[in-house]
Ligand binder design. Sequence first.
Ligand code: HEC
Length: 409
Amino acid sequence: MIVIVFTEWLEFAVRWFHIITAIAWIGSSFYFIALDLGLKKNKNLPHGIIGEEWQVHGGGFYNIQKYNVAPSNLPKDLIWFKWESYSTWLSGFFLLAIVYYGGADIYLIDRETADISNFQAISISLVSIFLGWIIYNNACKSPLGDHNNILMLILFFFLIFLSWFYTSIFSGRAAFLHLGAITATLMTANVFFIIIPNQKIVVSDLKAGRTPDPKYGIIAKQRSTHNNYLTLPVIFFMLSNHYPLAFASELNWAIAPLVFLLGVSIRHYFNTYHATKKRLYWTWILTFVIFAIIVILSTYKKNNEISAENFNDLERIYSLEIQALSNEVHDIISARCTMCHAREPLWDGYLNAPKGFIIESKEDITKNAKMVYLHSAVSRAMPPNNISYMEEIERFIIRYWYENKYADG
Ligand code: HEC
């Protein structure tokens, strides 16, 4: 009991911390992107300054100026922006370990997708995240790195591959979370291994009286552009865990790459706007179309298999009156869900129903019908890892009950 309470609060505390650092990281990164793109040139600026911006915030006025490479005399107090990123990654990794490695049976593995052991699943998680960075970093450093657009296209194909890979090895939930985690790892590693070290070389060159090579700035800029386009997809993937239609539908592998495109189309609007004040409205049309495709893909369901296999079952189900059908749904839920989603769950390790979601009595089920439908009939989010062996026909019955009888009544 003490262990359960402790881990539950530890998870909450780490999640709280993680979100705070992520807000700080993304906030400062958006701030600097907009600042950098919005700098104004002005003839009266002192030598060595390439642009300035006036800002007003919190009752004060600020005049920010950007130096071409660096000032000739470095100030003693230089503020670096790196801990926002590092602490987001560290807390995110800790959270991944608590939730997905600690609860690998339920969260990471889906035996119907790939029947692997906890050890295998955790190893694949760690190795893939590490390898992801090695592959990405080497692609950027190779001659491809000189052609930004080709590099971006190849990286997009890499992300399509990862979407396929993770959705064919992990549960949908874990697959989407890993797409977020690997992308966020690339972003933090860009800061840790490339952007900050390059900046340090420039600083030490200046201290030693050498002229810094501008290539360090160009490389840092390339990585920071990647980070810019990857930010929104990462947040989508992290939040997607609450939306089974996103991560647990049959075509989740096709939805994931589209999420990366959404990130590009939305950022492109703002980047262009900050740089030129031009409003590219077509990017919103594109964003809307991609989003609509995602919505449509999320509802795809192969029903044919059920009808062929369970012809007699279907005949019987179609002939049921609403009352009998509700009884049947109640039986299915009692057999497949209530060990966890009860007032006093029987499942080891749960003091309360997960997320406080209770479907014990018929009234509970009626009240929560939509959630039951979304998590176990339209998508396969529940039962996690199909741990209670829910059958296809049972999912179909819930779907039929909700769409035909329940919705009508
Ligand atoms: C092994 C225990 C277990 C079983 C069995 C189980 N669930 Fe869950 N359920 C969970 C856990 C754990 C979560 C929380 C997932 C998360 O972290 O978002 C959850 C979350 C949910 C949610 C989301 C609640 C919310 O507010 O976000 C719904 C809906 C749900 N389950 C429905 C079902 C249905 C329907 C079944 C049976 C078909 C079922 N569950 C079977 C463990 C279980």
